[in-house]
Design a protein around this ligand. Sequence first.
Ligand code: FES
Length: 167
Amino acid sequence: MTAELRKEETAEEFHKLIQGYPPEKRYIIPIMHELRRCYQYLPRPALEMLADHMQVPFSQVYGVATFYKAFSLVPKGRVNLKLCDGTTCHIKGSQGLIDEIYRTLGIRPGETTGDRQFSLETVNCIGACALAPALIVDEKVYAQVSNARLQEIIEQNRRGEDGTESN
Ligand code: FES
């Protein structure tokens, strides 16, 4: 399922979201989860506001944000391509897929397209080595992905589920 809850990245929106929680440290992580749900990443101005709200140094909030893999400090695309680059997938051609994604979308691992439609990350073995090279898109695992199959997957995800082009 693709997150569609992105709100405007404005100080006002951040403020509204953060002020919805009491200024107690135990709410730092729940607030981060809500920020992630709304924006697919943790915008720095929101984290600064969060630190103020909790009356803790920014470094403390930053430390939490960078500790958990679930949180990203850079914008993610509407569609996040997670390519396995574990040993088996690497041997079976994940690097070629990384190159193909770069040729098609112009992004490398850790990057997001300018229109925020796609982002790419590499992950360690996902425990499906028989399916190598494997790609995960929104929880769905694609097996033995070839360059041609990759193009199909990108095209499918470029459009909405109803087949219309997404903006
Ligand atoms: S190395 Fe990719 S699934 Fe194991």
